[in-house]
Design a protein around this ligand. Structure first.
Ligand code: BV8
Length: 237
C-alpha cells in the first residue's frame, strides 16, 4: 500500500502554457529561435540596449490579456484545493512569468523567474504592478526617478527568487513533479536531483522526455492539457 500523496511540489515551465498560445523558449519556433537570450534576458543585454529589451518584454506583456489558462492550469488549481481539503498541501514553483496559474485559481505560487505583470526600479528597488509598456523614460512611482525601471524578471546570471522556500518545500514533500519544462535552465533543472537525493519521489509530465528525464522515477508524456488533468484525477481519486 503506497502512502497517500499529501504534500506535493510542482515545478512548471513554458510547456504548461504552450496550449494557451504562450510561446515556449527552446521548441523549434520558440523565443530563443527568434532572439539571442544574451541580448534580451541578461543584465548585460539590458545595459547595452534597453530599448530592445523593453520591446521584447512589452510584446510579451501585451499578449497576456488575450491568452487564457488551459486545462492543465485549471487542474493544478483543483489539485491545490483538493489536497488542502484533505489536510495536504501544494507548492507551485513556476519558471513562467505569465499569470495563467493565478488566473486558473492557484494560490501558493512561487514565481522563481519573476513576473511579466510587474516592474522594478533599479534606483530604489520598488516593485510595482505593470500592465503598460515600459521604456527608458518610465518614471518610478515610488522614488520618482526616471530611467531605472526594468521588467521584474530574473535574467541569466541573476539569482532566482524564492530559492529557500522552494528547497524547503521540496525537502518536506512526498512528491516532486516537473511539468512542461526542458530541464535546461538551472538551478530549476536541479530541483529533481535535489528531491531524489532527499528521498522524495520525482515525476515528469512533459510533451517529450526533458534533458534531465533520467532523474525521474516516473513520467507521463503528452500534451499538458491531457496528461496533467489525468494525473490530477488519479491523485485526487
Ligand atoms: C543563476 C527570464 C546564479 C524571464 C529566464 C548551474 C547552476 C546554476 C546556474 C547555472 C548552472 N549552469 C548554468 C547556469 C547559468 C544559467 C543557466 O541555467 N544556463 C543554461 C542555459 C545552461 N542559469 C542562470 O543564469 C540562473 N541564475 O544561476 O544565478 C547566481 C548565483 C549567485 C548570485 C547570482 C546569480 C537564472 C536563470 C533564469 C533565466 N531567466 N527567463 C523570461 O524572459 O521569461 S530562463 C527561461 O528558461 C524561462 O524562465 C523559462 O521558463 C526557462 C526554462 O525554459 P522552459 O520553461 O523549460 O521552456 P523550454 O522552451 O526550454 O521547454 C519547454 C518544454 O515544454 C519542452 O520540454 C517541451 O517539450 C515542453 N512542451 C512544449 N509544449 C508542451 C510541452 N509540454 C507539455 N505540453 C505541451 N503542449
Amino acid at each position: 500500500m503506497t502512502a497517500k500523496t499529501e504534500n506535493i511540489v510542482i515545478l512548471t515551465g513554458s510547456g504548461v502554457s504552450a496550449e494557451s498560445g504562450v510561446a515556449t523558449f527552446r521548441d523549434k519556433d520558440g523565443i530563443w529561435a527568434k532572439y539571442d537570450y544574451r541580448d534580451v534576458a541578461t543584465p548585460e543585454g539590458f545595459a547595452a540596449n534597453p530599448d530592445l529589451v523593453h520591446s521584447f518584454y512589452n510584446d510579451r506583456r501585451r499578449k497576456l490579456p488575450s491568452v487564457e489558462p488551459n486545462a492543465a492550469h485549471i487542474a493544478l488549481a483543483e489539485l491545490e484545493a483538493g489536497l488542502a481539503a484533505r489536510g495536504g498541501g501544494l507548492t507551485l514553483v513556476t519558471q513562467n512569468v505569465d499569470d495563467l496559474h493565478e488566473r486558473a485559481g492557484s494560490k501558493n505560487i512561487l514565481h522563481m523567474h519573476g513576473e511579466l505583470g510587474k516592474a522594478t526600479c533599479a534606483r530604489c528597488g520598488a516593485v510595482c504592478d505593470c500592465v503598460e509598456d515600459l521604456s527608458v523614460d518610465h518614471g518610478c512611482s515610488v522614488c520618482r526617478q526616471n530611467g531605472g525601471m526594468r521588467p521584474y524578471v530574473v535574467w541569466f546570471g541573476e539569482m532566482p527568487r524564492f530559492m529557500d522556500e522552494a528547497m524547503d518545500a521540496i525537502l518536506r514533500a512526498d512528491l516532486f513533479v516537473s511539468i512542461g519544462t526542458s530541464g535546461s535552465v538551472y538551478p530549476a533543472a536541479g530541483f529533481a536531483g535535489e528531491a531524489r537525493a532527499a528521498g522524495v519521489r520525482a515525476m515528469e509530465l512533459n510533451l517529450e522526455p526533458s534533458e534531465n528525464a533520467y532523474v525521474f522515477e516516473d513520467s507521463r508524456y503528452g500534451p499538458a492539457t491531457k496528461v496533467v488533468p489525468d494525473w490530477v484525477r488519479e491523485i485526487l481519486g
